[in-house]
Design a protein around this ligand. Structure first.
Ligand SMILES: [Zn+2]
Length: 434
């Protein structure tokens, strides 16, 4: 139902069919639009054109302290660089590259958002999201590097589509958010250079991540989905897991085998399998991931590895056909999504044995092959929204020292997903040792 009005004087309800349409032109341009057709007379009443909005305001940003923004200079309204600001034109040219990269993708941009890193130094990074003002804040040093800027544009594409960020850093929403940032960086880099080079797969000149060989970079970067990380209170969990998706992207564009093929497939008992992925045009890959993101957004599909695999395979099938779709599936299989499983594990059961001394409790559970266990502990009043992850691995027991009334819960995860959480059990602090 839609409502027509003549300057607000009277309102007329009309039944309108909303038609979701995709099309492409012989020149290769592709759009996705929603048409509203009047149900009574068939007239076209409404259309949302694809708009790559060039209407956001960009400011400079010099980050020095907690008081930010402390130095803002207007650089441009997108499409209209400010020649009055010396740095503006070069920054404008830089910013143009990622937005033109995404402008070729089959999806709508009307709710595009920009975020930006603005480091105070090479060793200190900050990110800033501005869904209301749509500012692009430029910092110093690496913030002016193309892949840093393009990475933020990737967040700007992802976040409005996937909605508000969940509280927990282990939620794969966050890993995929960082992945879409790196996807944007890599494809912008390839587009800008006319092809991939070795450094295309390294994010920034400091190599904060390497999608070609994730585990070679200092940090806890993962490359095998069954071994994704759960414990951690900071964004490092998201970056650790993002490179699993990132390595699949590398394989999909460059082709080849997993970086550690034949190596340990922890927690699976075997080795990382030799699954050959064929090289795929990077612009097509970006389009597939754009369509997948839009489809997941429309369907309200939760973001995680198996769902992203399914969505990109379906998108590839629509956009490029069965052969490319199979290759996309192989890229995900090569990093272990869906490996050695047909469904998520069942909910684990555990026993808590109090030791009656300073809150020590031993928790035990039985294990299954190829499964990681994820446990959370929370103090009274038991909001698991703010629980700490305290178990992440293939172990069958752990010891928790609780300082008061606390609750513990677990779930089990494999390469097909995670079980539901168990019911929580309560632990209590006993002050007497004997
Ligand atoms: Zn990021």
């Amino acid at each position: 139902m839609a409502f027509w009005t003549n300057d607000g004087r009277e309102v007329v309800p009309r039944l309108v069919w909303l038609i979701d349409a995709r099309y492409s032109t012989p020149a290769g341009a592709a759009e996705r639009m929603t048409f509203g057709v009047d149900a009574e007379n068939g007239e076209l009443r409404y259309a949302t054109p694809e708009t790559f909005g060039l209407n956001r305001t960009a400011w400079s940003m010099n980050y020095n302290s907690a008081n930010f923004p402390n130095s803002l200079t207007w650089l441009w309204n997108e499409g209209f660089p400010s020649s009055a600001v010396p740095a503006a034109l070069s920054a404008y040219q830089l910013s143009q590259k990622p937005w033109l990269t995404w402008a070729d993708v089959l999806m709508q941009y009307d709710d595009f958002e920009i975020v930006a890193h603005h480091p105070a130094s090479h060793s200190s990074w900050y990110s800033f999201a501005s869904p209301t003002t749509h500012w692009l804040l430029f910092g110093d040093f690496m913030a002016y590097e193309l892949d840093a800027v393009a990475h933020e544009y990737g967040h700007g594409i992802y976040r409005p589509k996937m909605g508000p960020a969940p509280y927990k850093w282990w939620d794969e929403y966050h890993a995929a958010n960082e992945f879409y940032g790196d996807l944007s960086a890599v494809v912008t880099d390839i587009r800008d250079r006319g092809g991939a080079i070795e450094h295309t797969w390294k994010i920034t000149s400091d190599v904060v991540r390497n999608l070609k060989a994730p585990t070679t970079v200092v940090g806890d970067f993962r490359d095998w989905y069954p071994n994704r990380r759960f414990v951690g209170l900071s964004s490092s969990v998201a970056y650790s897991n993002s490179t699993i998706f990132g390595h699949a992207l590398y394989l999909l564009i460059s082709g080849g085998y997993h970086a550690r093929v034949g190596g340990s497939a922890h927690p699976n008992s075997g080795t990382i399998p030799a699954i050959l992925v064929n090289p795929t045009n990077s612009a097509l890959v970006l389009q597939i991931f754009g369509v997948a993101l839009l489809d997941m957004s429309i369907a309200g599909t939760p973001m995680n590895g198996p769902n992203l695999r399914a969505a990109t395979v379906a998108a590839a099938s629509t956009v490029a056909g069965a052969t490319v779709a199979a290759n996309v599936g192989n890229a995900w299989a090569a990093v272990g999504i869906g490996h050695a499983c047909s469904a998520p594990p069942s909910v684990p059961t555990f026993e808590i044995q109090p030791e009656f001394c300073r809150g020590r409790h031993t928790i035990t559970w039985s294990t299954s092959p190829n499964v990681k266990y994820h446990g959370e502990l929370v103090r009274h009043p038991y909001s698991f929204d703010v629980a700490d992850s305290v178990v992440d691995g293939t172990m069958n027991s752990c010891v928790q020292n609780v300082g008061g009334l606390s609750r513990f819960r677990m779930r089990a995860c494999n390469a097909c997903g995670c079980s539901a959480w168990s019911l929580p059990s309560t632990m209590q602090y006993y002050p007497i040792c004997y």
